[in-house]
Design a protein around this ligand. Sequence first.
Ligand SMILES: *Cc1c(COP(=O)(O)O)cnc(C)c1O
Length: 382
Amino acid sequence: MPGYELFGADERAAVNELFDEGGVLFAHGFAAMRKRFHVRELEAELAGTLSAGHALMVSSGTAAIKVALKAVGVRAGDEVITQAFNFISDIEAILDIGAIPVICNVDKTLGIDLKELELAITPKTRAILPVHMLGVPLALADVIEIGRRKNIPVVEDVCESFGSKFGTRYAGTLGDAGVFSFDFGKVITCGEGGAVITNSSTIDKYAREYHDHGHECNPSLPRGRDTRQIQGFNYRMTEIQAVILKAQLKKLGKIVRENEQRFRALEQILSGLVELRVIPENSGPIYDTFIFFEQDPEQRSAIIKILTDHGIGTKNLPDALDWHSAAAWTHILPRQVTDNLKRSAQLLQTAIAIPIFLQKSVEDYRRLGSALAGIIKPMAKV
Ligand SMILES: *Cc1c(COP(=O)(O)O)cnc(C)c1O
């Protein structure tokens, strides 16, 4: 799955080059000591790749969520609707602003349950934060339609699905803003990093100022005299992160193509035998995880044993269930909230997520599929 598998000579060369150019590691200023501004170049490349109006690089995906929520207008006391299957960042970012997370269950797409979403909207709702988990954009058209109809901004969390599409457009560019993560487990990586994508210059302006202590980056003023209007924070990306990510960005097409070959090998063998995760219509996944549901706990254990024997293991489900299921986060959420998420917790407990690694061959996945097919009892036909 992740970019770290294709991490090496290109990334190392990019860092060396940065030092040869003068070794300025800060995204702003020091013009006399440097030849290029890599964070700014990366922003232009990323916006170009995604056909988005604006891209802002930040220090992490978690920072990107917080910056985007602030930029679409979320403030203390507001409600933000998100989903039970996500990463704890989504809830932490909402709480860090002083806002209130309202959490809907997920359906068999592993995306937000649309009926619950409609019911969760109140006059205090200030944003909807759907999360495209494990490579698949959820039923985005419906979420966007609900947001537009109720006049509520939609921020897409695309941290786990960078490069995925909905229709002809990249996930992250359909909502009012989209956020990405480039931590070490993600599709492409620079160790830690994130981005906020938007087509709105107002959202981009706020996000840009907020992530950099309020700096307006007036071209006519030195940084020390720069003007500010809002209280910000420091969520900046460094030049080292940017040069590494530029090298990784070039590999995105290859990663998605090769993921798909391996994913299809499994799908061909298993599709009639297991209940697959539902992929919403128009959704263009990046195929980095093959997910199905298995109700029988004994069968589940047998499947996981085969995965382990093949050196592939499982990803998130069930490996890191507690890190991705809001039902488990009683340390930051009230009991009434986590109790409402039992349906999602039960669904997630039956899910098995097979990671797609590029260091494993298509043939390896074919062999794995056949081994699984050998022990899986076909689904009862109703
Ligand atoms: C990884 C991840 C994040 C946070 O990204 P970091 O860069 O690790 O802070 C947010 N949301 C989801 C769904 C993620 O998987």
